[in-house]
Ligand binder design. Structure first.
Ligand SMILES: [Zn+2]
Length: 457
């Protein structure tokens, strides 16, 4: 029986994808457009999508539509660009989580480290319409100090370290490491730890030579990061910059802003860290999703990794929460100094939910960093497109742009939490209705349960 159910799911997925790929022109009628260019909302608009592009945006009374168009009346709904999650680890989250991003309106992600081959395959299948999932920007394996890689291998956690990390011993091996990543065809390189400041510099020089942006953890001093032209700082400075005066921090952050260095603070990971051990354990172990309904969609490697992280919770040092507070103060000041702040969740971290948690990150950017709902919306749409280059990267609702959009029941400018009120998603021009989203989620749950029971056997 199980096998038949599985086959049916594969068949329906296949049919769905094919049907979606042959979509007629689509007109979203009478919708309020929040285009994320910075302009205010425009009501009573009709947005025409042909192939996978936004073909026209007109007042509904003036819209001219092609004859074979599929018109969907979206009266009372709000249309925003598809959201980006700027920090995920998809090879840890697993293929079953890809539809969760789309179901949550997250139509693009920046993969911050993992198995390159796997990412490249999923990216291709998604781009060709053979698989439902977000557009992916790929870093490939994470650059680490070689000593760290060796320690990780000794610890023998479930991570396939050789596929997820690239150890760099010293400045002389930096060029070869970057050349290897460039040869794979990565979109950028991500650094996490370095053996020395000289190695950091050598990696930056090599990345520059290969025309690859360097992003990642603050693996060197702020001044070194500034000099290296690192394009984004992940998580913030840790420990936070407590030994500097307010004026010194401001000056530093202004320089980062001028340099075009963005901050991706991954605030949800901080929130997840505060969840006590017992509750984290209860959620992670409950494969039916009775404690947290989102748990039913997850399985496999991700859950094994989560179990390891649950146990690590016991080791947090005292004073840890204060550090989180000060990290937040840095982020607030970075934003005030004009740095681009973008939402990233660090999917694969314990109790960070693929797709779902992006909405929490947006809420935290408003509540804790001080962005307005409009600024938060832009941080998840236009800002990532600008980060990667607006040509060919979706981020605004404008004619000629890739048609990645989200329809909302309620106005996100009234309350950023309304980005959760998803009425439909348009991904690469394909309209995915609310009921199709529900079906996608149900399929995800079934697949996760199958995988869970397989691994329990
Ligand atoms: Zn990460």
């Amino acid at each position: 029986m199980k096998r038949i159910v599985g086959l049916l799911i594969i068949l329906t997925c296949f049919v769905n994808v094919r049907a979606l790929a042959q979509e007629r022109p689509l007109a979203l009628k009478n919708v309020t457009v929040i285009d994320a260019t910075g302009a205010g909302p425009q009501s009573n608009m009709t947005v025409l999508v042909t192939n996978n592009r936004i073909a026209a945006i007109r007042e509904s009374s003036k819209a001219q539509l092609p004859r074979d168009v599929r018109v969907i009346d979206m009266q009372g709904k709000f249309l925003i660009p598809g959201l980006w999650d700027m920090h995920v680890h998809l090879s840890k989250a697993g293929e079953n989580t890809l539809p969760l991003f789309i179901a949550n309106g997250v139509t693009s992600v920046r993969d911050m480290g993992g198995d390159f081959e796997l990412m490249a395959r999923w990216k291709k299948e998604i781009d060709q319409g053979k698989r439902i999932g977000p557009r992916i920007k790929i870093s490939g394996p994470i650059l680490e100090s070689l000593t760290n890689v060796e320690r990780m291998k000794r610890e023998a956690t479930i991570e396939p370290v050789d596929r997820f990390r690239l150890g760099v011993a010293d400045p002389t091996s930096a060029e070869a490491a970057i050349a290897r990543l460039a040869g794979m065809g990565v979109d950028f390189v991500k650094i996490r730890t370095v053996a020395s400041v000289e190695t950091y510099r050598a990696l930056a020089v090599a990345a520059h030579k290969h025309h690859l942006d360097l992003v990642g953890h603050p693996a060197a001093s702020p001044e070194e990061i500034l000099k290296a032209g690192q394009r984004s700082i992940e998580h913030g400075f840790f420990p936070p910059l407590i030994d500097r005066t307010l004026e010194q921090r401001r000056e530093l952050f202004r320089k980062f802003a001028t340099n075009g260095t963005a901050i991706v603070p991954t605030l949800v990971t901080g929130e997840a860290l505060l969840i006590p051990y017992e509750r984290a354990k209860a959620i992670a172990e409950d494969s039916n999703g009775k404690v947290d309904v989102r748990r039913q969609y997850l399985s496999g490697y991700l859950i094994k990794d989560w179990m390891e992280q649950v146990e690590e919770k016991k080791d947090y040092p005292p004073g840890f929460i204060k550090l989180l507070d000060e990290r937040l103060r840095d982020v607030r000041e970075m934003f005030q100094a004009g740095m681009s702040v973008m939402p990233g969740t660090d999917v694969a971290v314990l109790l960070v939910w693929p797709g779902f948690s992006l909405h929490d990150e947006l809420r935290l950017l408003v509540e804790q960093v001080g962005l307005t709902p409009m600024e938060a919306l832009i941080s998840a749409t236009r800002a990532p497109a600008e980060f990667f280059g607006v040509d060919g990267n979706p981020g605004t609702i404008q004619e000629g742009k890739i048609a990645d959009m989200v329809l909302l029941e309620s106005n996100p400018l009234d309350d950023i939490k309304n980005t959760r009120s998803i009425a439909a998603v348009v991904s690469g021009g394909r309209f995915i209705s609310k009921s199709e989203i529900q079906e996608m989620l149900a399929e995800c749950a079934v697949r996760a349960q199958q995988e869970n029971s397989k691994s329990e056997r």
